[in-house]
Design a protein around this ligand. Structure first.
Ligand code: HEC
Ligand code: HEC
Ligand code: HEC
Ligand code: HEC
Length: 137
């Protein structure tokens, strides 16, 4: 009986954290930059991995990100700090040119990319927008 109880406890310990992990959002909130940004536009000059010992390195997920992108996520006033980017509700096949449809004013039936998206290119969209779990058929 004792053995059975410990087995049950062990299973519980194994299962519960796993379930919690699944329930968590897939994307973490980007940490807000706390330092002054004046004169620090070249973020990677300091934050590139291994550059400066006293500076936190960009994580491996950041491999292709350029200096222009950093504020989109890390600025205190970035939309990313307040809300989750909407998921992509449609299939992506043949739709790599996101702005062909989402550029403001181009197609009436398509939701416009918001004004703060100025300067963002097709390559960047999927940094933040990910396909909805069950795409529409
Ligand atoms: C001159 C070097 C330098 C430049 C340029 C620089 N940073 Fe930093 N950054 C630092 C240092 C040092 C820290 C850690 C101490 C602090 O927060 O001030 C830091 C901290 C951060 C953190 C916080 C990390 C954490 O764990 O809280 C973020 C986010 C960040 N920087 C983003 C940026 C972005 C975005 C830019 C460009 C717009 C930038 N940094 C430009 C030196 C720099
Ligand atoms: C699409 C949003 C996004 C963009 C763009 C982005 N980051 Fe991040 N960044 C994150 C998220 C989310 C985390 C924390 C989770 C992780 O490790 O990926 C993070 C983590 C970091 C950290 C680590 C902070 C720590 O505490 O160790 C630094 C430094 C950083 N980013 C700097 C940058 C710089 C510099 C750029 C531009 C080259 C940049 N980020 C572009 C979302 C972003
Ligand atoms: C052929 C036109 C077209 C292309 C290309 C396209 N989309 Fe869409 N997108 C739409 C339409 C239409 C909708 C409205 C919802 C629906 O009908 O699926 C939409 C909806 C969205 C939404 C939801 C907006 C909201 O308000 O919830 C996001 C996010 C999105 N698309 C992102 C993207 C990204 C990222 C790409 C490129 C990888 C892309 N789209 C390429 C036509 C397009
Ligand atoms: C740094 C993260 C980030 C990037 C990169 C990004 N978006 Fe967004 N997007 C957001 C957030 C956050 C929102 C919701 C807040 C808002 O409306 O500003 C949003 C909203 C949208 C919406 C919904 C507008 C509405 O009225 O429902 C569309 C469409 C969209 N983005 C398309 C795009 C396209 C196309 C690209 C690439 C050119 C792109 N996004 C790049 C973060 C991002």
């Amino acid at each position: 009986m004792r053995a059975l109880q410990s087995l049950a406890l062990l299973l519980l310990l194994l299962v519960v954290p796993g379930t919690r992990a699944l329930a968590q959002p897939t994307t973490a909130k980007p940490p807000v930059v706390k330092h002054d940004l004046a004169g620090r536009e070249q973020c990677l000059m300091c934050h590139a991995a291994g550059k400066m010992e006293a500076v936190p390195d960009v994580p491996a997920s950041h491999a292709d990100r350029t200096n222009e992108t950093c504020r989109w996520c890390h600025a205190a006033d970035a939309a990313m700090q307040k809300m989750d980017p909407p998921a992509i509700p449609h299939a992506l096949e043949g739709r790599d040119a996101c702005l062909m449809c989402h550029k403001p004013g181009v197609m009436e039936a398509v939701p416009d990319a918001p004004a703060d998206h100025q300067g963002r290119t097709d390559k960047a969209c999927k940094l933040c927008h990910t396909p909805a779990p069950a795409p529409k058929q």
